[in-house]
Design a protein around this ligand. Structure first.
Ligand code: ADP
Ligand code: MG
Length: 479
């Protein structure tokens, strides 16, 4: 344990605006190449960029959510580099004066909480894409993505392990989707992380030389890429080598990072203020208006779930892992308020398992919140046993109607009439003298066998708690 790992993350989040950041072209994903690139995106001579107000509103929302400072005046700058997918020869970004500065995010790894400080978040445009598949000797260029609005969110070098970096990336992902500023679709590239990784000997003041792993688009790859890079750097230094600052690429197939290019300095980009764009001025009033419309944030919601519904921290965290799940849970409670814990168990348990099995988001659940509430009422009032409830839930999932209709159709009423249960218990005891003997000889298993027999004789309808109670009483009386 002589090494300390230092990680800082830069995340490009694609903002959910309908049109691009400086043009009116659509940002919709998946269109035929170059059908969504306007004259501005193509950088034809004489065109001028016009800032999309909605993209700025997204940045303000984010800044408010992380407790950052929102600059009353920020500047767009040109970041100059040559690449075929960058038609202007520069990317419009922000450099010296970003729109959002400071703030941070709480993360949790196991039992430990930690605050990750943000350096800044700035607005910029995305580049196009080079296409290689289906071409020989040449590459295709698709400029549909050119000019798509991005918010690049940069952390301080605060993380100390791959696990912390992943926890941060997940918390950030939850937040931007929660705020509705990013669709969070990692496969389509709406949320991409660059990980800056360095190592130093424990106790060293100075940070080690970092490598930047570019464009990791899944949490699993992020963790693996960082783990690989940590091992690589430590082995390199222990073998007497030195880490060179560079940009590396993670190859998921080979589970390794590879050098892509030596790291360019800010100098190389010849940043300068874009003369085509006025300074971005954000009024107090605009910020105040957005503040009024901010949703309740994940941490606040989690704390409220714990206090208002007496849930454990674990349940509250699970239910607030996404806004869609939290909203669903509260819609269940709107119809069934008596047992929040039972509702939490079903949302995080059977419902979420079924959604996972069918690879569905909660928004597409075939069992609506109101329908689940209907089922929970019948569990709470003793109509359904836990086992029966699972069957009813499956039937609801398969579109057989609401809980009450299914209970009616199947004649599924839990038997809670103690006289009827006693009669069945008597029958079972008379028919199973061997189990009764074994129980009296001290075999606990024999008791479970008897419970099983009673449940079977009642076709699963007897209330299990009552069966236990009656059996215990009768067996004790018989000795
Ligand atoms: P650039 O924009 O050139 O990539 P920055 O200085 O803005 O460089 O840093 C980018 C990211 O790298 C930030 O998240 C920062 O916290 C992180 N970082 C900077 N130095 C180190 C280091 N020595 N080790 C790990 N991360 C670092
Ligand atoms: Mg960088």
């Amino acid at each position: 344990m002589t090494w300390e790992v230092v990680i800082g993350l830069e995340t490009h989040t694609q903002l959910s605006t309908r049109s691009k950041i400086f043009s009116g072209a659509s940002t919709a994903f998946g269109a035929a190449p170059n059908t969504q690139a306007s004259a501005v995106d193509l950088a034809l001579p004489g065109v001028l960029p016009v800032l999309n107000r909605e993209a700025v509103a997204c940045a303000i929302k984010f800044g408010l959510a992380v407790g950052a400072t929102i600059a009353p005046r920020s500047i767009f700058a040109r970041k100059n580099y040559f690449y075929p997918d960058l038609p202007k020869g520069y990317q419009i970004s922000q450099y010296e004066l970003p729109v959002v500065a400071g703030g941070g995010l709480k993360i949790r790894v196991g039992e430990n909480e930690k605050f990750i400080h943000l350096t800044r978040a700035h607005l910029e445009e995305d580049a196009g894409k080079s296409l290689h598949e289906g071409f020989t000797d040449v590459s295709g260029i698709d400029l549909n993505r050119a000019g798509t609005p991005l918010l690049e969110i940069v952390t301080e070098p605060d993380m100390r392990s791959a696990a912390e970096a992943v926890a941060y990336a997940k918390a950030l992902h939850t937040l931007v989707v929660w705020l509705g500023i990013c669709d969070g679709n990692m496969q389509e590239g709406s949320f991409r992380c660059d990980a800056n990784v360095s190592v130093r000997r424990k106790g060293d003041e100075k940070l080690g030389t970092r490598c930047e792993i570019k464009n990791v688009n899944s949490f699993r790859f992020l963790e693996r890429a960082i783990e690989y890079e940590i091992r690589r750097q430590i082995e390199l230094i222990e073998d007497g080598g030195t880490v060179v600052q560079e940009t590396r690429l993670y190859d998921a197939d080979r589970d390794e990072t590879r050098s892509m290019r030596s790291k360019e300095d800010a100098m190389d980009y010849r940043y300068f203020p874009d003369p085509d764009l006025l300074p971005l001025m954000i009024s107090e009033e605009w910020i105040a208006n957005i503040r009024k419309e901010m949703p309740e944030l994940p941490d606040a919601k989690q704390a409220r779930f714990q206090s208002e519904y007496s849930l454990s921290a674990y349940d509250a965290a699970t239910l607030t892992a996404s806004k869609a799940v939290a909203d669903y849970y509260e819609r269940v409670l709107a119809k069934f308020r008596s047992e929040p814990k039972l509702a939490a168990n079903w949302v995080t348990g059977d419902l979420s398992a079924a959604l996972n099995r069918h690879e569905l988001e909660i928004g597409a659940s075939p069992v609506s919140a109101a329908a689940l509430a209907g089922l929970l009422k019948r569990i709470a009032d003793g109509t359904l046993s836990g086992k029966m409830a699972k069957d009813v839930f499956d039937a609801m999932w398969n579109g057989e109607g609401d809980a009450d209709a299914i209970i009616d159709q199947r004649g599924l009423k839990q038997m809670s009439d103690s006289g009827a249960i006693e009669a069945i218990v008597d029958q079972v005891l008379a028919a199973n003298p061997k189990s009764v003997e074994e129980f009296r000889a001290g075999k606990e298993k024999a008791f479970n066998a008897l419970v099983g027999q009673v449940m079977k004789a009642s076709q699963g309808k007897a209330n299990p708690a009552q069966v236990n109670e009656v059996l215990k009483r009768k067996l004790a009386a018989g000795t």
